[in-house]
Design a protein around this ligand. Structure first.
Ligand SMILES: Nc1nc2c(ncn2[C@@H]2O[C@H](COP(=O)(O)OP(=O)(O)OP(=O)(O)O)[C@@H](O)[C@H]2O)c(=O)[nH]1
Length: 780
């Protein structure tokens, strides 16, 4: 697998302690009793969030902080850019943890799943709540590995803002582009953190340029680094013209000095910072009219007189408008620059009320929440993470699941603390809650207070819809946009240790699927075996591992296979008649249709009716026809893979009165399959975007190897001592690539893969594939 998977660490189990400040101990204990404190043991805690120091006066603000003080934030980045390390530092400085976790030692808070600790990567994102200088921050750690892109998507939708972490020696990398695009899609304001400034080869200038060029974003340089690589010792705050230098003797980076830059001692640096500040002011003025008026009026003669707060407020507005991105820098590993990053999160990223969520107007303050993650806990059953957009959630209350059209009961409400949770009596809009007791809610479901509240919202949306015609229907607008689940590209069979354990395997897979909608489970109609379909080798490996660890089942995986697709190359006609008598009822259908290829890149067939056909067709018959077409296109004639890019036109349809809809579907399905078999067929294979980063000496062997894998090279870039090869390669050729790449480059290279599209296989490769599969599948 990827090179970073080699970082196996030791899982240090720590003695659980709950530390509460001695000062107002009795008061705290009484308050905690009221809060029904629940802390499953497992990790050191200095205090509860908000209980840092002596202040426990406002318990209400701990449970439900003012909405303007809430920040729902995610951290996103390329693999290994340092998200987890940065998160750990954030949790430490906010007082949430008592010691610094280290990904290389395998004892971080957010990477709590056993596999994550062992592999040193983030698989399942975890929500963590903590306070920073009077602000409540809900931080969602997102995974960087491409196999878990869905996890990132799911988390991004519930965030109001994000921090993009970069490796300052690498700038924008492949996966950064992917997550950046996802954040664009969800219109999430961002700030950039150029991490690893201590690393040899780190370059602030290079990283900033790559943000400008590759992300097409306008960087607002709020800081300048004090040194780079080994010489990195702190940052200059451009807004306030201060330097922040970390004390070398401070092991945990808590001790740093913030000093104004002085003409006497820092003449050069002051000059550079003044120039950077003036440039920043001009840049912000160009993007924000209110600020431009202020600058051009009062401060046009001397920008130095412009108070830092005025500039900060304008940067906040520009960040919200997403016309530019603030850029900060530091080294999470060396404990430098993380506290200013926290300040920037609270200062520049929006509170929930500053985001414009259109659907909120339909709910008029009633509960509206989105279930964005489901976890299965052995003792407590399914745990559902929810983002509350409006209203309030309480334990022991009923909620209505809009998608599932069912009413459920929340038994307990928890504040999420990675794998630790605190039980609370209520939670209001803007917060992230963890609920216990919901048995049917799945990832992506919209939760409201009751069915009548949902109907009232629907009526409001309908009234508004009449005024402003739109494409979406009301239901779609009320449901909080669903996560698009990508089609799995890999599959393999999975078998329980004995037939008797099949129900246990089915149960485990059902639970895992509710947690992870990108995992698909099918039954092979020919062999009767269970088939796992996933997003990548690592995804399937992790599922296999989780079944063993969490459900105690040793399962056997068949060989990993690529999920191909099929299409046709010419238009074909087919007719079919189904005539069956069941009991005293005759079912008779005759259908004539045409199947032809189209350019669509979609597995959903386009369905058309010829003139005169389908006009008076009852809705149920029409649905039966469409079901028949869809089911026929799920299994193509070559490999049994989904058929894509086809249009189907019904030319004639005769249905004998009394014919059941099942028979209509069956006849249409059979007719479509007949047509597909008659056509010239083509296998489509998943083509991956590939980016390999290696030391320049290894370029030739990597290119020679890619040529053998049917790879196409688009571009070779140079980044300091590294070469970056960008191109395409068929997925089937890249299985097990990490091991080969490690051998070819002595473990120094990394690579990133992402599905590009499905492309036609050439006739020779197609013949080889079909003859290899002929033993396994029915081939024409
Ligand atoms: N030199 C240097 N190394 C760092 C810094 N931050 C993190 N690292 C190292 O980079 C590697 C990856 O760090 P992580 O924090 O696991 O990165 P991540 O982005 O969470 O990785 P994934 O969860 O796999 O996506 C680890 O070996 C860290 O020790 C830094 O500021 N400087």
């Amino acid at each position: 697998m990827f090179s970073h998977l080699g970082k196996f660490g030791v899982n240090h189990k720590k003695t659980p302690i709950l530390h509460i400040n001695n000062m107002c101990c009795s008061k705290i204990k009484a308050s905690l009793k009221r809060l029904k404190l629940y802390v499953p043991l497992g990790r050191n805690y200095s205090s509860l969030p908000g209980l840092v120091g002596n202040d426990i006066k406002s318990l209400h603000s701990i449970i439900s902080p003012p909405i303007a003080k809430i920040r729902n934030i995610g951290i996103m980045a390329h693999i290994d850019a340092g998200k987890t390390t940065t998160t750990e530092r954030i949790l430490y400085y906010s007082g949430y943890t008592r010691s610094l976790g280290d990904v290389d030692d395998g004892d971080t808070v957010t990477d709590f799943m056993a596999q994550e600790r062992e592999r040193g990567i983030t698989i399942q994102s975890a929500a963590v709540t903590f306070d920073w200088k009077g602000y409540r921050v809900n931080l969602i750690d997102t995974p960087g590995h491409v196999d878990f892109t869905l996890e990132v998507e799911r988390c991004l939708r519930v965030l109001d803002g994000a921090v993009a972490v970069f490796d300052a020696s690498a700038g924008v990398e492949a996966q950064t582009l992917t997550v950046w695009r996802q954040a664009d899609k969800h219109k999430i304001p961002r700030i950039c953190f150029l991490n690893k400034m201590d690393k040899t080869g780190a370059s602030f200038k290079y990283a900033v340029e790559s943000i400008r060029e590759k992300l097409k974003a306008k960087p607002l340089l709020l800081q300048l680094p004090l040194g780079e690589g080994k010489a990195f010792k702190g940052v200059v705050d451009v807004v306030s013209k201060e330097k922040l230098v970390w004390n070398r003797k401070s092991e945990d980076g808590k001790d740093f000095e913030r000093k104004p830059l002085l003409e006497m001692s820092d003449a050069e640096l002051l000059k550079e910072t003044t120039e950077a500040r003036n440039a920043l002011i001009e840049q912000v003025a160009d993007l924000d009219d209110e600020f431009a008026d202020l600058v051009l009026g009062e401060f046009s003669e001397n920008f130095d007189l412009l108070p830092a707060e005025k500039l900060q407020t304008a940067i906040h507005r520009v960040t919200l408008a997403q016309t530019a991105v603030p850029v900060l820098c530091g080294s999470a590993l060396k404990n430098k620059g993380v506290q200013p990053l926290l300040d920037a999160i609270t200062m520049y990223l929006p509170s929930p009320e500053e985001r414009n969520y259109e659907f909120l107007q339909w709910y008029k303050g009633d509960l509206c929440a989105l279930a964005f993650k489901v976890l299965h806990d052995k003792q407590r059953g399914p745990l559902v993470f929810m983002r509350i957009y409006s209203g309030m959630i309480k334990p022991q209350s009923a909620i209505y699941n809009f998608n599932g059209n069912c009413t459920e009961r929340i038994s307990r409400l928890l504040l999420p603390f990675a794998d630790q949770h605190i039980e609370i009596p209520s939670l209001t809009a803007g917060n992230i809650a963890l609920t216990v007791g919901l048995k049917h809610t799945a990832t992506g479901d919209t939760i409201v207070s009751s069915k009548s509240s949902a109907l009232a919202a629907a009526r409001r949306a309908e009234r508004e819809g009449e005024k402003k015609p739109r494409q979406n229907n009301e239901a779609e607008r009320l449901l909080l946009a669903g996560v698009e689940i990508p089609e799995p590209v890999f599959f393999c069979t999975i078998e329980p240790p004995s037939v008797a354990r099949q129900p246990d395997l089915d149960y485990a897979l059902k639970c895992l699927q509710r947690e992870d909608p990108s995992l698909k489970v099918k039954l092979d109609p020919d062999s009767g075996q269970t088939v796992l379909c996933g997003m990548g080798e690592l995804h399937i490996e992790i599922i296999h591992d989780r079944i063993k660890r969490e459900y105690g089942l040793e399962t056997y995986l068949g060989p990993l296979q690529v999920a191909y697709r099929e299409t046709i190359l010419n238009a074909v006609h087919a007719t079919d008649t189904l005539d069956r008598t069941l009991g005293d009822k005759r079912h008779l259908v005759t259908v004539e249709l045409e199947v032809k290829p189209i350019e669509a890149s979609s597995v959903t067939p386009v369905i058309k009716y010829a003139a005169g056909v389908g006009e008076d067709l009852p809705k149920v018959s029409q649905e039966a026809i469409e079901n028949g077409i869809h089911s026929a296109c799920l299994q193509g004639p070559l490999l049994g893979s989904p058929v894509q890019d086809v249009a189907i036109t019904l030319h004639s349809l005769i249905i004998h009165p009394g014919t059941s809809t099942t028979m209509i579907s069956a006849c249409v399905s059979r007719c479509v399959q007949k047509a597909l078999k008659k056509a010239d067929k083509q296998v489509l294979e998943p083509l991956m975007n590939l980016e390999v980063t290696m030391m320049r000496d290894y370029l030739s062997p990597v290119l020679a190897d890619l040529a053998q894998r049917r790879g196409t090279i688009q571009e070779i870039q140079t980044r300091q001592e590294n070469k970056i090869v960008i191109g395409f390669v068929p997925l089937a050729e890249i299985m097990g690539y990490s091991t080969v790449l490690r051998t070819l480059t002595s473990g120094s290279a990394t690579f990133a893969l992402e599905l590009s599209n499905y492309q036609a296989m050439n006739p020779q490769d197609q013949t080889t594939l079909l003859s290899r599969r002929s033993g396994l599948t029915q081939v024409l």
